[in-house]
Write a protein that binds this ligand. Structure first.
Ligand code: NIG
Ligand code: FE
Length: 408
């Protein structure tokens, strides 16, 4: 299938079931809920499938017996293959951990944004090399569990220097970098939050914007209110960053409406939503990114994915990996929680963790396995993607390819 000028081609055959996320291609599992309306699932499932990779891209997908001739051949051995997970929300530039805080929470103490200060102190005290070592460790952990694209944020520095170095380090490992100087008001500005907002929208933004694609704000009691969040995201937009927002996590609030008003790519958490919030999301291009690791680890009420999906909202699922509220890098774990406790079907959860994550990052080149997309794939030691929820806690991801190269 390759010409002398093109990259070598590889066919992966004997795939028991392949999730392409191409709705025109195939049928989903039985009872695919909202996806069933037209009788088709957007998973674009192909049974007994093959994938052809050319260079770093998908060149062909279809039934194994129809696969074209290629330079190389790989036998999937009857495993399932899904698009690599797109983890569109993590906080991985940090030092230290918060074991004690977690322990206290599991003995009944509630979660509050204030714990972020512990990680800010540890992160400021760490060297660049330590921060990068930590980051790469968690990235390797995520890759082993099938994550081939991740977004990550600053937000544990809260000074011009510490925020910009976090982003500089992150930008060496991903294109999806988010400036989040507005995680909480820096403890150095506890008496003058307005001055901190001025810093976040001024010198800090100028120092950080060159390393980031996105800007994020924690819009919550104890962090930033709606007016402060609007000022910060608007300043970010003027500096060429695109907004996303931590919204409605711990309480009802203005975050989701603000996300829609500013055309944020994503409103993240969405645990406490009014009907008006849901209507606003359903009539917008803003994705609702659900982060069940946070509710698990803070023993909080689950976000209601069913309500969002039934209203027609695009839902993404991500880890929120951070040392405070959700110290998991496992997208499969989040899929299992979303299916068990948030009203998602396995098809919906797998779609949300792949194509949904891509939508939350406004990317069309990842999250699906159709010709032209990046060849990012995860092999499961299972006959179908449903096992990601059916066999919770089992390390089913047995092989991972990124950009056409086997990584795990
Ligand atoms: O997404 N909500 C704000 N930020 C993180 C928590 C960070 C922390 O507790 O360190 C979150 O849950
Ligand atoms: Fe977060």
């Amino acid at each position: 299938m390759s010409s002398p000028t093109s990259s070598p081609t590889t066919v992966i055959t004997n795939i028991a079931s392949l999730v392409t996320n191409d709705p025109s291609l195939g049928w989903g599992s039985p009872r695919s809920s909202k996806f069933e309306s037209g009788g088709r699932s957007p998973l674009g499932l192909i049974q007994d499938a093959a994938v052809v990779i050319e260079g770093d891209r998908i060149a062909w997908t279809g039934e194994s017996r129809k696969a074209p001739a290629t330079d190389n051949r790989v036998d999937a051995g009857g495993r399932a293959v899904v698009p690599g997970f797109v983890d569109s929300h993590s906080h991985l530039v940090f030092a230290g951990d918060r074991t004690q805080e977690f322990n206290a929470r599991m003995s009944g103490r509630p979660y509050s944004a204030g714990g972020i200060r512990t990680t800010v102190a540890a992160t400021r005290a760490a060297s660049d090399a330590e921060l990068e070592r930590n980051l790469t460790r968690y990235l390797a952990e995520a890759l082993r569990q099938g994550t081939t694209t991740f977004e990550t944020k600053s937000g544990y520095g809260l000074t011009v220097e510490d925020e910009s170095r976090a982003l500089r380090i992150a930008s060496r490992h991903t294109d999806e970098v988010t400036y989040m100087g507005a995680h909480i008001v820096s403890p150095d500005y506890a008496d003058d939050p307005a001055a901190y907002v001025a810093l976040v929208t001024g010198d800090m933004l100028n120092a950080c914007a060159p390393y980031a694609r996105w800007i994020d704000v924690f819009c919550e009691k104890g962090a930033f209110d709606g007016d402060q969040a609007r000022a910060i995201l608007t300043a970010g937009k003027a500096a060429g960053l695109h907004p996303r927002i931590h919204a409605n996590q711990l309480s009802y609030g203005p975050g989701v409406q603000l996300a829609v008003e500013l055309d944020a790519a994503s409103a993240d958490h969405c645990t406490h939503l009014t009907d008006a919030d849901i209507d606003a999301l359903a009539n917008s291009a803003t994705v609702a990114t659900l982060l069940p690791g946070a509710e698990f680890s803070t023993r909080a009420e689950w976000p209601n994915a069913r309500r969002l999906l039934d209203a027609g909202v695009t839902v993404a699922l991500s880890t929120d990996c951070n040392p405070g509220s959700s110290f998991t890098s496992s997208v499969p774990f989040c899929i299992a929680l979303a299916v068990r406790d948030m009203g998602m079907t396995p098809d919906e959860a797998v779609w949300s963790a792949t194509a949904g994550g891509a939508a939350a990052l406004r990317r069309t080149d990842i999250g699906h396995l159709t010709p032209g997309a990046y060849a990012d794939l995860a092999f499961l030691d299972a006959p179908s993607h449903v096992h990601l929820a059916y066999r919770p806690g089992v390390p089913l991801v047995s092989e991972v390819w990124r950009r056409g190269v086997r990584k795990v």
